[in-house]
Design a protein around this ligand. Structure first.
Ligand code: GLN
Length: 380
């Protein structure tokens, strides 16, 4: 037993994907699409490797990509950012979160986290020396409560880490929700680390409201985005941060020593993609929305109770409707006996866990989803 690893558990995604490989199960655990991503963007990346520079790009990211990010948020959120001083490219959103925490947190500083908590947050907060404080969200609505947020804040709160749309629940928080958050934070100096990687993976015509566009949040927000999610290529690990200049320069200090840069060919391909992405985004949403509906209907037809999903790659199932009280045991049985991997939502809680919800990734071929439903039916 190595005490140094105590704060660094094996991620549930690695564990479940390994189990899926071992047992030959359909992997609806770890969230990634089996879509190859837009061909023109992939071609651009290939060309850039053959024709472009493959040396270290600028530490803050290629100028063309930072400009494309600024134009993107001018179009989608109506905000104006300074490409030179308010944008930084990172090697995935996870690096952006690590750079935010390592840059901002001194040992003993408090960080507010919303349960269910995306799996990387808590280990990173702890390794940064932060003290986590939890706000707990509950099914079926997972909504924010101003009093609960206020109760988690203290004069030592350095940051609030907020994921919208929320993985694992598929909740898209509205402008009213963000205003609730702004009201709760009104008397606090905390930085809002806004992980918005799912911003474009939203359904039913619902538009994502960024913290960048909300009064009381924008001037304290570290907004994190992900090209991997925008273009359905999660392996690219091209993320970015938008933040006020003083905060951004602090994050950049941490970024220098984490990864320093991100592959230049992927950066120029993302810059190219962002300049003409609107059609791709609409198309991705339509395809994923159809998959969400197909999978949810399939689940319902075989007796499962899917919860609403307004965004992300995930549909959650309410296991309490089946009389199941232990999601971890259920998901274990599901992968071993039915051959379908999923993620127990209780693993996203540090305390006071909800133990009756399982998360399924529906960003898969229709035939894969249909086969998964058949296997689930056989188990019941
Ligand atoms: N974001 C992915 C998910 O939620 C997992 C990424 C990872 O495996 N680290 O499933």
């Amino acid at each position: 037993h190595n005490p140094i690893l105590a704060g660094l558990p094996v991620t549930v995604f690695e564990r479940m994907s390994a189990l899926a490989r071992e047992t030959g199960a359909i992997n609806l655990g770890q969230g990634f699409p089996d879509d190859p991503g837009p061909l023109a963007v992939r071609k651009k990346a290939a060309e850039a490797v053959l024709e472009g520079s493959n040396q270290y790009p600028p530490m803050l990211g290629l100028a063309e990509l930072r400009r494309a990010i600024v134009e993107h948020y001018a179009r989608w959120q109506g905000v104006s950012l300074d490409a030179e001083r308010e944008v930084m490219v990172t090697s995935g959103a996870t690096e952006a979160i690590a750079a935010s925490l390592f840059g901002l947190i001194e040992p003993g500083d408090e960080v507010v986290l919303f349960q269910p908590i995306y799996d990387a947050y808590l280990p990173l907060v702890r390794r940064a020396g932060g003290v986590p404080r939890f706000v707990t969200l509950r099914p079926p609505d997972w909504r924010l409560d101003e009093a609960a947020i206020r109760a988690a804040l203290s004069p030592r709160t350095k940051a609030v880490l907020f994921n919208n749309p929320l993985n694992p629940t598929g909740t898209v928080f509205s402008r009213e929700d963000l205003e609730t958050l702004a009201r709760a934070l009104a008397d606090s100096d905390a930085v809002l680390i806004a992980d918005e990687v799912w911003e474009h993976v939203t359904f039913d015509g619902g538009a994502h409201v960024s913290a960048l566009g909300v009064e009381g949040l924008a001037d304290r927000a570290v907004k994190i985005g992900s090209a991997g999610k925008i273009f359905s290529m999660t392996g690219w690990k091209v993320g970015f941060v938008c933040a006020p200049p003083d905060i951004l320069s602090t994050l950049a200090r941490a970024h220098q020593f984490l990864t320093f840069t991100t592959p230049p060919n992927l950066q120029s391909a993302v810059a190219f993609g962002l300049a003409q992405e609107d059609e791709w985004i609409m198309d991705m949403r339509a395809r994923l929305e159809a998959k969400r509906d197909r999978f949810s209907a399939g689940l319902t037809a075989v007796g499962f109770a899917p919860l609403p999903s307004a965004g992300t790659y995930f549909v959650n199932v309410d296991l309490s409707a089946l009389g199941v009280a232990d999601d971890a045991a259920f998901c274990e049985r599901l992968v071993r006996e039915a051959g379908v991997a999923s993620i127990p939502v209780s693993t996203f809680y540090a305390e006071d866990a909800v133990t009756t919800v399982a998360r399924f990734c529906f960003a898969k071929e229709d035939a894969t989803l249909d086969e998964a439903v058949r296997r689930l039916e056989a188990l019941r």
